[in-house]
Design a protein around this ligand. Sequence first.
Ligand code: FAD
Length: 317
Amino acid sequence: MSILIYAESADGKFKKTAFELASYAKKIAGETGTTVTALTINGPEASALGAYGVDKVLNVKSDKLTAFNAKAYADAIKQAAQKESAKIILFSSTTDSLYIAPLVAVALEAGYASNVVALPESLSPFRVKRNAFSNKAFSFTEISTDVKVLAIGKNSFGLVESNGTAASEEFTPSLNDNDFYVKVESSEKVTGKVTIADAEVVVSGGRGLKGPENWNLIEDLAAALGAATACSKPVSDLGWRPHSEHVGQTGKPVAANLYIAVGISGAIQHIAGINSSKVKVVINADADAPFFKVADYGVVGDAFEIVPKLTEKLKLL
Ligand code: FAD
């Protein structure tokens, strides 16, 4: 028996979520005396995963799988799970993985839980804690099937390095031609230098910035931090920024290590989308803005004075 993780990569590098999954799996493996196997699809050099507890990496190399294809990817992962007799299969809560995970669960007749935010409360019965209602509440789910599929929330479990090494093995799943009739081309609109989905740090602007002509404040601060840029819904509705940057309940979710909100009031629909971020900072002229209630750090003041000073200080570091 083993635990299988699907390790996503982009631009020749593993995503941080792959290391989070490896760390999460290693912890369960330690308690159950099992091993951790990772599956990569046209992924990079596998050794990096060993440093986070993966024992073995199955590499799928296939020209057919260069573009994301949920059905074919799910099929490959299902076959890897069967080969490894995996009882727990872990995905991250990325857009791609959230497409694949339920398909794998159905194919393996496995119980499935998404939005898992902590290690299992107990392994027998198998009980997991999940985010619910746009991250405003928790729920607990028991999975009674032999095989379990979980999608783990980003940033729910910190990276834990171990000094292991991972054995690497080519894996060639049999692919079904019927899964390739529809060709899906995936592209993420990149408006800053870093995409919102993968960003460790996000700098976000709201209506308090008064207009698109002032967005250099946000972009300069983001550049100094190597951050992605984002915005509130009205800002994208007004056409100041593209809709791909809108975060919140009706926009993109953000699970960054650091989320800096500039001139954003902190309406419940905005907070719902950024709640999973670890450290939240707000810069707002109004000390009564609701954002201060959820922020870890807050600066009351004029963004037009504070942000350029902050950016200059950061550039000196
Ligand atoms: P405002 O509410 O206008 O706030 C601007 C803030 O800037 C104020 O707090 C003000 O004090 C501050 N400010 C002004 N001048 C300065 C200055 N010089 N320096 C510093 N601070 C300053 N919103 C989202 O963001 N994401 C969503 O997904 C979303 N989904 C929604 C879904 C529904 C069904 C509904 C009804 C609403 C949704 N909204 C969403 C809108 C949400 O309710 C708020 O209206 C919106 O988030 C407010 O955006 P804002 O904070 O940029 O603007």
